[in-house]
Design a protein around this ligand. Structure first.
Ligand SMILES: Cc1cc2nc3c(=O)[nH]c(=O)nc-3n(C[C@H](O)[C@H](O)[C@H](O)COP(=O)(O)OP(=O)(O)OC[C@H]3O[C@@H](n4cnc5c(N)ncnc54)[C@H](O)[C@@H]3O)c2cc1C
Length: 446
């Protein structure tokens, strides 16, 4: 049924993990709300990820506090469909008021009074508040250097599904964060010749001294860091739960047959050129790994806890040929490259959000998700309040903060001064008397 100016206190836009968490906290606080989702709950986990993807964190960690993954060992990594199923079951558990198949096409502030008009594919809503939970990774970004060559198949990692989807031949994967590295490894295991373009990255150990890196980031306070270190905002993190969960080790991948190259610089007449920064990028990644191991050792010592030594985690394989003699350029045709996969990240798209909640660069301007436009909230963005904000467990805590803010605002708006309270009491009494009289009439007492 089409909505026609349906009024609601709070509208949540998007029912990924952020929207589901928001709905749970709003429901608990008694805030009337609706969640509008253009597809299905947790759609991106189903249709915007490759087939073999598993969660990057173990099941005990990558979940909401109120529910465990059914039938999954806590140390296992949930396959992506199971992650999506988890959020559907979670929303069902507390009867989240989600309307699926409804796309929000515009949000505008109502002039002269508070609230917003929200236009959707299914009619119009009016809301006092909107929570934008449309995701941190909305629009796949392919850099402008991508060649315009009809003989090449090019796709973003968001459109990659499995090796069989690609034409025969070698593959260049650009970007070595978690997505690019996992896709490159899958392709190499499937027998493809793979070139992986590696930029600056962090690469935590999958596990150290019998604890997953998620645990270490937790106890060391790393998930709670409020800002990325200077110059580190765009450093990608290479981590994977694939094949049971292993530390991403680029040199090992090279020894297994992958060719590593530096940052992809340009394409010209079928020749791709790479920066000569591969060794430096690997060194930075090693330093990041070692610094976490050192911090973990310090924690063990300080707290006197009994965790076994793990010297293997510090092993760095010898530099492979592609690192000692890095490729400067590659002739795509001669090397048989038929496909380029761009694992180069995402942007957000708020073209439908016509409110004063952005800075000069068009980025959401907010404090822990509370935007500068009263009544507009953002949830799920990287570093919204801290490092964990765009991850499953982190978004749940940010949603709690936003729900608290909404509750407080509602309390202010509910405030009435003495005169108003008196008028209200009078009106209530009059209404009560009238209803009492009419009840007496209806029961025939008169
Ligand atoms: C490849 C990959 C792997 C990841 N792995 C992990 C992991 O293992 N662990 C982890 O914690 N995090 C992981 N993340 C990060 C993060 O958890 C996911 O990106 C997650 O999907 C973000 O959830 P969200 O609810 O914020 O956004 P989304 O999942 O993107 O949900 C937003 C929802 O909003 C809807 N929507 C958008 N616009 C509108 C509109 N105008 N009207 C109505 N609805 C709209 C969309 O359909 C979508 O369902 C991963 C991310 C990627 C890209």
């Amino acid at each position: 049924m089409k909505a026609d100016n349906v009024s609601i206190d709070t509208l949540v836009i998007g029912a990924g993990q952020a929207g589901v968490a928001m709905s749970e906290h709003l429901g608990r606080s008694g805030v009337p709300h609706l969640v509008l989702e253009r597809d299905r709950i947790a759609e991106r986990w189903r249709t915007s990820r490759w087939d073999s993807l598993v969660a990057n964190g173990p099941a005990w960690h990558d979940r909401f506090p109120g529910m465990e993954f059914e039938g999954l060992h806590p140390d296992a990594f949930a396959p992506k469909e199971q992650v999506a199923d988890y959020f559907v079951a979670y929303a069902r558990k507390f009867n989240a008021p989600v309307r699926t198949g409804v796309e929000v096409t515009s949000v505008e502030r109502i002039q002269g009074r508070s609230g917003f008009t929200v236009a959707t594919s299914n009619g119009t809503f009016e809301a006092n508040r909107v929570v934008v939970a449309t995701g941190p990774f909305q629009r796949p970004v392919i850099p402008a250097i991508a060649p315009k060559d009809p003989h090449l198949t090019q796709m973003h990692s968001a459109d990659y599904r499995n090796p069989a989807q690609l034409p025969d031949g070698a593959v260049l994967v650009v970007g070595a964060g978690s997505s690019g590295t996992q896709i490159a490894e899958e392709l190499r295991r499937a027998g493809r010749t793979v070139y992986l373009s590696v930029g600056p990255h962090d690469r935590p150990p999958r596990a150290y001294r019998n604890r997953d890196f998620c645990w270490w980031l937790g106890v060391l306070g790393e998930w709670d860091k409020e800002v990325a270190g200077p110059g580190r905002e765009h450093v990608t993190i290479a981590v994977s739960g694939a094949y049971g969960g292993r530390t991403i080790d680029f040199r090992r991948l090279a020894h297994e047959g992958m060719t590593l190259v530096g940052v992809t610089k340009s394409f010209d007449n079928g020749i791709v050129t790479f920066d000569q920064d591969l060794a430096e990028n690997l060194k930075r990644g090693d330093d990041n790994l070692m610094s976490l191991l050192d911090a973990a050792d310090g924690y063990v010592e300080r707290n006197g806890i009994d965790l076994p030594e793990d010297s293997e985690a510090r092993f760095i394989p010898p530099d492979p040929e592609c690192v000692t003699h890095p490729l400067r350029e590659l002739d795509l045709a001669k090397s048989g490259v038929k496909t380029i996969i761009w694992a180069t990240g995402y942007a957000v798209d708020y073209s439908w959000l016509h409110v004063d909640a952005f800075d000069e660069q068009g980025k959401p301007k907010h404090q822990r998700g509370v935007s500068k436009e009263p009544g507009v909230y953002f949830l799920g963005l990287p570093w919204l309040s801290r490092r964990g904000s765009s991850f499953i467990w982190g978004v749940w805590h940010d949603a709690k903060h936003i729900a608290d803010h909404i509750v407080t605002q509602r309390k202010y708006l509910d405030y009435r001064d003495a005169a108003q309270r008196e008028r209200l009491a009078l009106a209530t009494n009059t209404a009560h008397d009238a209803s009492h009289a009419s009840t007496l009439n209806e029961t025939g007492v008169n």
